[in-house]
Design a protein around this ligand. Sequence first.
Ligand code: PLP
Length: 448
Amino acid sequence: MNADEFRVYGKQLIDYIADYLENIRIRKVFPNDKKPGFLRELIPGSAPIDGEAWPNILQDVEDIILPGITHWQSPHMHAYFPALTSYPSMLGDMLSNAINAVGFTWASSPASTELEIIVMNWLGKMIGLPDDFLLLNNDSKGGGVIQTTASEATLTCLFAGRARMIKRYEKKIAEFDPAELNARLVAYCSNQAHSSVEKAGLIGLVKTRLLEPDNNLSLRGETLLKAIKKDRENGLIPFWVCATLGSTGACSFDNLAEISAVCASENVWLHVDAAYAGSAFICPEFRIWLKGIDKADSIAFNPSKWLLVHFDCTAMWIKDSTALHSSFVVNPLYLQHDNSGLAVDYMGVRLARKFELLVLSDKRFEIPAARHLGLVTFRLKGENALTEELLKRTNSRGNIHCVPAALPGDIYIIRFTVTSQYTTVEDIVKDWHEIKIVADQILREVEY
Ligand code: PLP
C-alpha cells in the first residue's frame, strides 16, 4: 500500500468505524450462534502467498470476523467491566502508530518520556493523589508510569516491594541469601481481590494469603494485622499487601484507612488495585474510599475501563521509584544517557442505580452485595441453579450479555455492569425486560 492508497483507504476506514459505532445497537451484542473453532472453517490455514486488496480484507472483517465478535461498545453489553473507547482515543492511537517511537528511555525518544510524566501528573491530580505520588520536580521520588494492564501493575509493584524488603535484609544480615529470604516472604489480599494478585504471588514465588473480608466484602485492618502477626510468629516475613478498591466480583471496597495504618506500622508495601473504580475518584464524592492513600506505596487504575481511552492502558503511580528501579535495574551501554534534571459524564453510575431500582421492584430477585458505582450484582432468590439458568438462557438469546461471579458462602450472582457510553435509560429498561422474560419462563417451569 502506498501513501496515495493509504489516503483513500484510511478515509474509507474512518467512515467504516464511525458507521460501526453509530449503528452498534443493531448488532447482536454476543455471537451466541458461534461454536469453538468456527473461524478455522472460514479462513485458510496458511497465510496467502499473494497479498489481498484492502477492500477485500475489510469486507472479510465485516462478513467473517464481526459476526463472531462480542461487541463491547454495545449498549447491551453488561459483562465484565467497561472497555470504553472514543474517537479522540482512536485518533491519538493512529497518530502514535504512525510516529511509532519506542520510548523505553528518555534518550530513545525524549518527548515520549516527558509527555508521559506530565500527563501522569495531570491524571494523578485529577483523582486526588497526594503529591508524593507525582513527579513534580528534580527532588520528587514518586511518579506515574503507563502500564499495559492492572495485572502487570500489580506484578510490578509486588516485585518493587520484594526488592525493598530484600534490600533491608541485605543490610542487616552478613551472609545474606536472597533465595532463602524469598521463600519466607508473604503477601496479603482479600479473597475478593482479582485473580491477578494471586497470580503475581505465584510468579514471584511468594506465599499469598487470601484473607476473609467482613460482611460488606471489605477487608479490615484487624484481619490483616492478625494474619501478619501470626506469620511473623512463624518466622515468615510479611512484605506486601494489595488493597482492592472496586473488586471484580461485586465492586466492594477494602477499608484502605485501616489497612494503610497497619501497613505503615508493620512496614510492609501497600499496593492499591483500583482497576475499575479508580476513574470514579475524579469525582470528589467518591474519594471517601481513597482515605489512607497517603500511606500507600503504589496505586494503579485502568483509564481503559472507564475513561474513554481504549484498551489497554493502566496508570500506575509509585511513591518511591527507586524501589521500582532497583528491582529491574540493568544498565547496558546503549541505554545510558545523561540523567540530570527531569530526564527521566460521568455516565454509568446513574444508569446502574436505575437498573438496581428495577431489580428491587421485583420481589423474585435480590441484590446480594451493595451496589457501588456502575456495577449491580443480582440473582433470583433461592437455589443457585435458578440464577445459573437465568444467565445461561439470557446470554444464549444474544440480546444482552452478562457474566457471573461467586460471593462468599457459594452465592452465585450475575454481574450487570453499565459498560457502554451509548447505553440509555431506555436500553436499561429494555435489558431488564429481557431478563424478566427469561426469569418468568424459568420460574413458570419450576412451578409446574
Ligand atoms: N483488578 C481488578 C479489581 C479488576 O476488576 C480487574 C479486571 O477487571 C483487574 C485487576 C485486571 O485488569 P487488567 O485486565 O487490566 O489486568
